[in-house]
Design a protein around this ligand. Structure first.
Ligand SMILES: [Zn+2]
Length: 405
């Protein structure tokens, strides 16, 4: 193999190929030695050095297909009179103390972006820890301390990651798609550190999308008095669906005839589905219609949701305000206790609901992030390695893998 090939395949200059050998079907060994031009003092770079023996070192290089490639490099030790030290010369193609080339690191990082750490390690035939270390160094440099100064539009939401990790509260920069803060737990207390950092950054946040929990409303009001809180469609409809489910449960409990119990049974998911997503092949529209015909209050609640969705389709904020007032009146006139309670919640959120017409933002992008986190978390390193986990979250917007399986 020529030195030119060494350069075009692995980007290495200043070394000479002294041997090439297939160790077995899957492993190749390339022997290298430095040209005199790269032999200098590792400290002061003086060429005025005396060779004092040599050492063989092995580096993992980027593979050729599924064949692993190792560089066996003869590294001279040199004595520098100027510095008065005797040391190995520095290898230009690898970081200090590493057993793989810099190009291998870049390749591993690229793989870890399109797949998981685990699969990248398996593909490259190295340990999980090797890829993890490469990722931590790179991600730490780039994302270790997310900058907050430029933040304008945020989404805040919590995600449940199972018993051991519990809840995490995430803050997403809606303009870049990057996770900029991860706090343990949920609601207000998880964000204390974020507000402190945000204040120190002098960011001018304009709007924050969050769910309807009073904790967020109070926190935004307190820490970002000039920003608008936006309660987005996703969370409003989610809360409404919870109300609908509860109503169905009540009706089921109160139903006296076997027929109405049977009709109500199994309608829970049908009620939550969008009407244009009902599957005629499974007789879903018919089954739903039968339940609605038999239960007036269920029908009222169901059609009020269809109605409520129109709130986000109004031509402007004024029309939306009128629409919201009408909807609240209708719900209150229904006489259904659960709907009246929901209407009261909406009335208290008047301002942050209408804020959507000033800032049409939502926590929707966080849903995609949550899916990626669940996939990542399935590799179960969240609790083993919180530092790595947090860095991965900060870099999540640069990844390209999707939730599978
Ligand atoms: Zn020196």
């Amino acid at each position: 193999m020529s030195d030119n090939q060494l350069y075009s395949l692995w980007g290495i200059r200043g070394y000479r190929v002294t041997g090439f050998e297939m160790i077995d079907a899957n492993n190749a060994l390339v022997s290298l030695e430095p040209r005199p031009s790269v032999v200098h003092c590792p400290s002061c770079r003086s060429r005025d050095v005396v060779r004092k023996g040599k050492k063989l070192r092995l580096f993992l290089a980027t593979p050729i297909g599924w064949r692993r490639v190792y560089f066996e490099v003869t590294i001279p030790r040199v004595r520098c009179d100027r510095c008065g030290i005797t040391r190995q010369i520095r290898v230009s193609f690898a970081e200090k103390q590493r057993r793989h080339t810099r190009q291998f690191e870049r390749y591993a990082l690229e793989l870890a972006r399109i797949t998981t750490t685990q699969l990248a390690a398996a593909h490259l035939g190295v340990s999980w820890d090797t890829i993890r270390d490469i990722e931590v160094r790179h991600l730490g440099r780039r994302y270790g301390k997310p900058r907050l100064k430029h933040l304008k539009h945020l989404a805040i939401d919590e995600i449940y990651l199972g018993k051991r990790l519990g809840f995490l509260t995430l803050v997403l920069d809606l303009d870049s798609g990057a996770v900029v803060f991860v706090g343990p737990g949920k609601k207000a207390e998880s964000l204390a550190l974020f507000w402190r950092r945000l204040r120190a950054s002098h960011a001018r946040v304009r709007a924050v999308a969050a769910d309807m929990a009073p904790a967020y409303a109070m926190a935004v009001h307190k820490h970002l008095p000039r920003a608008m809180l936006v309660n987005d469609r996703f969370h409003v409809i989610k809360l409404y669906n919870e109300t609908l489910t509860e109503l169905r449960r009540e009706l089921y409990r109160e139903a006296t005839s076997l027929l109405s119990k049977q009709v109500l049974k199994g309608t829970r998911w049908l009620l939550l589905k969008r009407s244009d997503h009902l599957d005629p092949k499974r007789r879903e529209p018919t089954r739903l219609q039968r339940a609605l015909n038999l239960n007036e209050s269920l029908a009222t609640a169901y059609y009020l949701r269809e109605d409520l969705n129109q709130f986000w389709e109004q031509p402007d904020k004024r029309a939306a305000a009128r629409f919201l007032d009408d909807w609240i009146q209708d719900a209150q006139a229904s006489g259904i206790r659960l709907l009246m309670k929901f209407a009261k919640t909406l009335a208290s959120r008047h301002h942050s609901l209408l804020a959507w017409y000033d800032y049409p933002i939502s926590t929707g992008p966080l849903e995609a992030v949550n899916n990626k986190i669940r996939l990542m978390n399935r590799q179960a390193f969240g609790y083993r390695d919180p530092q790595f986990f947090e860095l991965k979250l900060f870099a999540l917007h640069t990844t390209r893998y999707a939730l599978v399986g």
